[in-house]
Design a protein around this ligand. Structure first.
Ligand SMILES: N[C@@H](CCC(=O)N[C@@H](CS)C(=O)NCC(=O)O)C(=O)O
Length: 204
């Protein structure tokens, strides 16, 4: 059975878990990271030299990097459904995974770490700047979701797996958010899916 290492409150683990749940893959999850430790053991480091979560092992094949895991799971187990077979449709969906890593994540972490994890705040001005950047980024998604029902296109797919945990954080952070009706409607559709049980853990 496929194994995944990672604590359930990790955004990157949630991306992989969403893909597994959506693909209908049977898996065994092992807690790892932060208070669970594990990630610094020689056994874990031999699988993932970064000492980060998530990592998966599937029939001897080991993989880390959450978006690579999402791509692997969707393409191997749900091609034509979560993983569009048309190259242009797939590239359009996958683009949002790169955007999540390069654009969406850092300002979100800048808010999440002090507000939820109790890490040192960079100061009110920097926090407000991060909030404004997040609001601008999520407005880009709002515009997209006014034109199509899912990040991946007509149906929930690979791109939604990577964006949903970030949106979940945004909607649950104690910050002011401008209205984003299309994003909010998409988030409600995502939460209504059985796979959304992986997002049920309160932010921590
Ligand atoms: N680029 C990596 C980043 C992985 C990462 O930063 N994971 C965090 C959790 S979201 C982590 O392992 N933090 C340390 C820990 O949990 O011990 C990915 O997307 O998988």
């Amino acid at each position: 059975m496929l194994r995944i290492w990672g604590r359930t409150n990790s955004l990157n683990v949630q991306k992989a878990l969403l893909a597994l749940e959506e693909a209908g893959v049977a898996y065994e999850r092992r807690d790892a990271g932060l208070s669970f430790g594990v990630v610094n053991t020689p056994e874990y480091r031999s699988m993932n030299p970064n000492g980060l979560v998530p990592t998966i092992e599937d029939g001897g094949f080991v993989l880390w990097e959450s978006n690579s895991i999402v791509r692997y799971v969707c393409s191997r187990y749900a091609a034509g459904r979560l993983w569009p077979t048309d190259p242009q449709a797939r590239a359009a969906a996958e683009r949002w995974m790169d955007w999540q890593l390069t654009t969406l994540l850092d300002p979100l972490n800048a808010l999440f770490r002090p507000l939820v994890r109790g890490m040192a705040s960079p100061g009110a001005e920097a926090m407000e700047k991060a909030r404004e950047t997040c609001a601008r980024n999520f407005a880009i998604l709002d515009e997209l979701l006014g034109r199509q029902p899912y990040v991946s296109g007509a149906d929930f797919g690979v791109g939604d797996c990577s964006i949903a945990p970030a949106a979940h954080r945004w909607f649950n952070l104690p910050v002011e958010r401008p209205g984003a009706p299309h994003l909010e409607a998409w988030y409600a559709r995502v939460l209504a899916r059985p796979s959304a049980k992986v997002l049920e853990t309160p932010l921590s």
